[in-house]
Structures are given as structure tokens and as C-alpha cells.
Design a protein around this ligand. Sequence first.
Ligand code: ZN
Length: 287
Amino acid sequence: MSGSLILAVNIYMLEYPKIIKGKTPGPVSMVMVGVHGNEVCGIRALDKILPNLQIERGEVMFIYGNPKAIQENKRYIEANLNRMFVDDEYLSSLEKNSYEYKRAQFLKEFLNKADVLLDVHASSVPDSTPFIICERNALDIVKYLPAENVTFGFDEIEPGGTDYYMNKHNKIGICLECGYLGNDQSVEVAKKGILSFLSAQGHLKLELKQNKQKYFQMYMRYLTRTDSFILTKQFADFEIIKTGQLIGFDGREAVKSPKESIILFAHNTFKRGGEAFLLGEKLADFY
Ligand SMILES: [Zn+2]
């Protein structure tokens, strides 16, 4: 009896945002975790942060992106929630009938109320280091986040995420990738990232330290033409790829880098039209 009561409370806590208001007016921010249900670092970080959190000014909405997937420890239930924030015409009927589509419509109500979003993710690649996905409108905030690498251009090559939705509506969307999802270190990165974000937004008065960061412009998403894309080797995120370097084979066709680049999210793919890797260009060191 008491077990089912606790479960009911937990479901409620995951479905609805926890909204904390400060003593004085200020910006409205959102911290989102668990858009991919198996990327638990943000959820664990909120477990540590929320019980004692007091906001100085403004308002912060803390929200669990995909409650069902979080409960099942899966990336998603029926469709990738982080591709549901495009206009309906870009979604298949399968996607439009998914649990994640319904959830995205619910989340939009709250995204519409926020000025700035921090969406906390983790990578399925072991040894992955933390990095940031944003556009240039976010630089004054991301310089305080605990990641060395900052990537621009996802809105163009891979639209449909929560950050894309915010930027499209002339607000600020930031994604923090906290490293490998199976690593305790990713929880620490998430916690530090959330607290730094809240301070940069003026919700908290913690001391802020500006990080040295490298900027990259993502310019290409490779979608497979056959149902068998095999990498020549396992590439680490941000590994440098030389001009003309062989990356993998799409069926029998050799796929090479058109210019010196960095590679992200490279993996073997056995579905035609699947995403095999992303390429980006280094802009500058340590702005
Ligand atoms: Zn994710």
C-alpha cells in the first residue's frame, strides 16, 4: 500500500515542473533533464540540488523531459523526444502518434514561458568529454559552464531539439552534454553546470569562473545511403579528421572527410537514412 503511494508521488513529480520563485523579479529560466530517459546525470544532479535550493531572484522551472522513458531507463519510448520540436509537417505519422509527440506539446507550454533553457544530456560513448551545444546568442552564459568545447550549428544540421525550439522563438537554448552516461563524473558535471547556469542567470549568487573554451561550427550531418555503414575505427568525439581521411564505408562506397574537421557521434548504422556521424570545423581556440 505505502509502496504504491510512493510510486504515485514519483510519477507526479516527474510529470510536472517544479517551479521555484525568488524574492525579487528577474528572468524566467528552465532546467530540463531526462529528455533522453537513460541519460540520468541531470536527474541525479537535481536529486542533490533541489531539496535545499532557494532562488534569489526571478523564477526557475525544473522539468523532467520524458518521464516514461526515465522510469524505464530508456532513451525514448516510441520516438526521439529531442526531434519533436519542429513544425508538424516535418514529422512522420508514426512520430505524430507517439507518446513523445504528446509530451513535446506539453513541454512547449513551459518552454514558451521561459527566457532561457539549459537542457542536460549525456553521451552513450564511453570516455566522452563534456561539451556544449548552442548558438552564438548563448555565449555570455555558456562561458561559465563546465565544458571546454562549444559547438554551434546544430539548429541548421539537426533541427528539432528543445534548444532549437527556444532559438527559433528568439530565446536562448543551451544543451549541456555531461560526458558518458554511465559515469558518476557526469553527475558532477551536470550539478556544476546547473548551478553555474543559475548563477549566470542571476538566480543564485555563487561565484562564477569563466572557462577557457574552444569553438566549433558543425557543418555536416552524414545520413547513410545504404543499410550498412561501418566506421574504419571507433572515433572519439572531437577527434581531428584530416582532409580526405577515410571515415567509413556506406555499403561499398568509401566516405571521406571533405576538409580538416572534428567528428562527433560517430557510430556504425544499419538503417538506411540513419545518422552515422557529424562533422564540424574549428573556429578559434580559447576566445
Ligand atoms: Zn541526450
